[in-house]
Design a protein around this ligand. Structure first.
Ligand code: PLP
Length: 409
């Protein structure tokens, strides 16, 4: 089936050609050119409508252009957009207070992109190791898991196990030890007197919505507490409602020492990330040691404050849980038929391993696109389904119905 060619009309092709000619080729997007969007639906330059089952990797948890978020941004645009951290502005403290409260924590360090939150946490954990734990300078170790995704900086890729993400980008940052994800014994064995932190995703999103065995995260929490090691939960993709809870850690009743947030925190409007922790830990930073020109800017704070307000009522978390149950029921027949030979669902978030008899993940994504559904493969044959939490039940049913047809179920 050659759906990508037939689904690529000439008007779209002109935009794609310009991107191909002048843009770096660090992505391989589906051949669709989006011009506008609202809620769970996007419209391309041809006027064709597409159901969004990706949500910009969970950055669009509240859908495209949620009216509350767009209003908050508009109001702020008319008043104040940027001060730098050289001065105070009137929303900074309020965002920190509200976000700390949402997380049950004490302090917040806002940044912009997710990987900056990761980098910030690494620096804070190391400084905490030297200044509070008294480790010898330069010896701090951080334990991470195989299959991780923590972003694209040279340090974050230094402890990636994904060849494509790493190859030819060395030399790599030292100070990390990689253990298999979900293996508590291996993690315990890796903790040494120089370990300052364990950095984990409660659910590995990029790896294909990989869930650790039941009890793993609780075990990691106990082990890190006993060893006086910080537990850093990278909830950049899993947090803020996606799994049916505010944080994926809650599924095991775990409270980490640091939450890393990003993606949905910016409401699909601006990049906003944050490290949220205790005074004991974030308090190690002193003026001049870390910063960001745009981190915590007034526009970002206005949008993120509205995101926090929306999450405070629990309605989006409940919706994700209810729609997640529905999604699981819709996907089960696909697994039962053998068209999907691995299925993992947590909240409104699913990873499906497409059986090779049904084509590659990419070809499934292309055939879905031809039917007006946008989703994206990850790691070859895995499809990630992450609709906006505001999606209608009927639209979800329709979208998964299209997937079933593409997979010949
Ligand atoms: C997306 C992601 C990041 C990186 O976020 P960016 O905003 O792309 O820098 C880090 N960790 C996890 C778990 C992510 O999903």
């Amino acid at each position: 089936m050659n759906s990508s060619a037939s689904a690529e009309p000439s008007y779209s092709a002109a935009f794609i050609a310009r991107s191909e000619e002048y843009g770096a080729h660090n992505y391989a997007p589906l051949p669709v050119v989006i011009a506008s969007a609202e809620g769970a639906w996007m419209t391309d330059v041809e006027g064709r409508r597409f159901l969004d089952l990706l949500s910009a990797y969970s950055a669009l948890n509240f859908g495209h252009r949620h009216p509350r978020l767009v209003d908050a941004a508009h109001r702020q645009l008319d008043r104040l957009t940027l001060t730098s951290r050289a001065f105070h502005h009137d929303l900074f403290g309020e965002l920190c207070a509200r976000l700390a409260e949402l997380c049950g924590m004490e302090r917040v360090l806002p940044m912009n992109t997710g990987v900056e939150a990761v980098e910030t946490a690494i620096k804070v954990a190391r400084a905490w190791g030297y200044r509070v734990k008294g480790l010898p300078e330069g010896m701090a170790k951080i334990v991470v898991a195989g299959g991780n995704f923590h972003g694209r900086t040279t340090t974050a890729i230094s402890f990636s196990t994904d060849r494509e993400a790493r190859e030819d980008f060395g030399p790599y940052t030292p100070g990390f030890e990689i253990v298999p994800y979900g293996d508590l014994t291996a993690l315990q064995a890796a903790l040494s007197k120089h370990t300052v932190a364990v950095l984990l995703e409660p659910v590995q999103g990029e790896a294909g919505v990989r869930l650790p065995p039941e009890g793993y995260f609780r075990g990691v929490r106990e082990a890190t507490r006993e060893a006086d090691v910080l537990l850093i939960a990278d909830e950049i993709q899993s947090g803020l409602g996606r799994t049916g809870r505010t944080f994926a850690c809650e599924h095991e009743g775990v409270v980490p020492d640091m939450y890393l947030l990003g993606k949905a925190l910016g409401g699909g409007i601006v990049p906003v990330s944050a490290v949220v922790s205790s005074s004991r830990i974030l308090g190690v930073l002193r003026p001049g040691e870390h910063g960001s020109t745009f981190g915590g800017n007034p526009l970002a704070c206005a949008v993120a404050l509205e995101v926090v307000a929306m999450l405070r009522t629990g309605e989006f978390q409940e919706r994700a849980a209810a729609l997640g149950n529905r999604l699981e029921r819709l996907l089960e027949p696909l697994a039962a038929s053998g068209a999907v030979d691995g299925l993992r669902v947590r909240g409104l978030w699913a990873g499906l391993d497409v059986h090779p008899s049904r084509g590659s993940g990419r070809s499934v994504a292309e055939r879905l696109m031809a039917r007006g559904v946008l989703a994206k493969e990850t790691h070859g044959r895995t499809l990630r389904i992450a609709p906006p939490l505001v999606i209608d039940e009927d639209d979800l049913d329709w979208g998964i119905g299209q997937l079933a047809e593409v997979l010949e179920v």
